[in-house]
Design a protein around this ligand. Structure first.
Ligand SMILES: [Zn+2]
Length: 247
């Protein structure tokens, strides 16, 4: 079961931290502690942020698999938000978070980051079998995906599927592509247990459109089954699909 109270606290904590692009230091430190508490086997902050003058790097945490034969997945979100995001005061009303006043809320992408953390809590608490999980919290997304562009590839090896939690639309579903010739846009179910995050205040869907530029699947997607990832496809439909997306 999703712990809504915990989610609300995580989200509130996160949006209250001032985290503009290139200024993610404090939120990065907060997330490091959370990932450690969740039992990550390795937590690395790379140098992908300093290249563009930031004060924090991409945060990459690995959780070892606890069962054989399951795919290795990546879950990504970004730590920065657009201005103005200082002194955000989130207000929860009728199950919906809004900012109190003259700031943004910061749901982009603190909602996604919150969902990733809650999913990790659920996997741990419910002993859900999983393969290796790589959590990637990037910097400088809002000013041009510089964190993703400069991510140190050695830390994101051996990943079969990647999910970026940074999309609007109904929670519990997502897209398997974006406005790129290499992707088709298709609504797919989110992976369990993230699919369970569909009740308020979980405010995010799952999107693959902003995977780190350097990310590539280590092998082809598994054949179609009834699993939550069955709708995932690595096919590249080419220009026709890209054209239909742009309509
Ligand atoms: Zn975003």
């Amino acid at each position: 079961m999703v712990n809504e109270e915990r989610m609300r606290k995580t989200f509130t904590d996160l949006v209250k931290i001032y985290a503009p692009s290139k200024g993610e230091r404090e939120v990065c430190d907060y997330l490091k502690k959370e990932l450690k508490k969740l039992g990550a086997s390795r937590i690395v902050e790379d140098n992908g942020g300093s290249i563009n003058g930031g004060n924090a790097g991409n945060l990459i945490a690995t959780f070892n698999g606890n069962a054989e034969g399951l795919p290795s997945i990546a879950l990504t979100g970004h730590m920065d938000c657009v201005e103005c995001c200082r002194n955000i005061e989130p207000v929860l009303e009728d199950g919906i978070f809004r900012s109190k006043g003259n700031t943004i809320l910061g749901g982009d992408d603190k909602a996604g980051v919150t969902a990733i953390l809650e999913g990790l809590h659920l996997m741990k608490e419910n002993y859900i079998p999983h393969g290796k999980i790589t959590v990637i919290f990037t910097v400088q997304e809002e000013i041009g995906l510089f964190g993703s562009r400069n991510i140190e590839k050695e830390y994101i090896q051996g990943i079969d599927f990647g999910y970026t939690l940074d999309a609007d639309g109904p929670a519990g579903s997502g897209f398997n592509g974006g406005p790129s010739p290499a992707c088709a846009r298709k609504r797919v179910p989110a992976p369990s247990p993230w699919r369970a995050l569909a009740s308020p205040p979980a405010p995010t869907g799952v999107s693959m459109k902003k995977l780190p530029a350097t990310w590539a699947p280590s092998k082809a997607a598994p054949p179609s089954t009834s699993s939550p990832t069955a709708a995932w496809s690595t096919e590249k439909p080419g220009a026709a699909a890209a054209k239909s997306w742009r309509k």
